[in-house]
Design a protein around this ligand. Sequence first.
Ligand SMILES: Nc1ncnc2c1ncn2[C@@H]1O[C@H](COP(=O)(O)OP(=O)(O)OP(=O)(O)O)[C@@H](O)[C@H]1O
Ligand SMILES: [Mg+2]
Length: 263
Amino acid sequence: MTLTAGCDVGSLTTKVVLMRRRRLLAARVIKSRVNPQAAADQALQQTLNDAGVARGEVVLCIGTGYGRERIPFVDDTRSEVACHGRGAAWLLPSARTVIDIGGQDCKAMRIDAQGRVEKFLTNDKCASGTGRFLEVMASVLGVDIAALGDLSRASRAPVRLASTCTVWAQADVIKHLNAGLPVEDIGAGVNAAMAHRVAILVNAVKPERDVVMTGGVAKNAGVRATLEKLLTRRVRKFRKADPQLAGAIGAALLAEDNLKARI
Ligand SMILES: Nc1ncnc2c1ncn2[C@@H]1O[C@H](COP(=O)(O)OP(=O)(O)OP(=O)(O)O)[C@@H](O)[C@H]1O
Ligand SMILES: [Mg+2]
């Protein structure tokens, strides 16, 4: 039976999934660290162990992400947009607009029913509007990145950051902390500033329903809620799997397509 793998080596995390007949068998997310090859090897081995299959049973493996050219075991590579588009369509077939926010860039894309990308825009010029912005601010605030999103719900009066530039915003956050403002109000301001940056990019691709988010920042409820307000649309959640896995899932599905085309 056809077993394919997708490996997405991002700037912050490495994701590996194993799929068989469009079903997800196993998945791992680990930090990319300084050695993406080692991270990819480790994540692959873990998924093989989880699924109880041998390396030789994987018929085709496709790599994607920032570090895709450095993965030793992949048979082929695809762009991040192609993989996130395909992965998002599997996660929610009605998805037509995909917002992928990872550690170092943000992409907005429109896809068709098969997950093929029709149009996309990227912001990779600056840290604001990326997961890195949130990580810097979470560390200044002394909160875990996974807890930052929920501060928006707890906040009664979100602060308005003077700038969305990471350097200036960091100084602003420190100023608000020193002034004794509640951490949840500053955190909510950070999430909102991020969403404002992202909304500009998303509006530029003329979003259509359904709108979804992929990448690790999709797990930040505060960014999601502000984006919904700014776009005046719901940003649908996935039930099938972690949104951070979308690129790796898309890669494994493209591998399966590739095998079918060969028959
Ligand atoms: N549990 C979580 N809750 C909220 N946000 C999270 C969580 N885990 C990760 N993140 C956010 O996701 C970001 C990393 O996302 P992701 O793993 O998709 O990046 P990446 O694929 O390595 O980066 P890129 O695609 O830009 O190269 C982190 O910077 C952080 O902001
Ligand atoms: Mg990524």
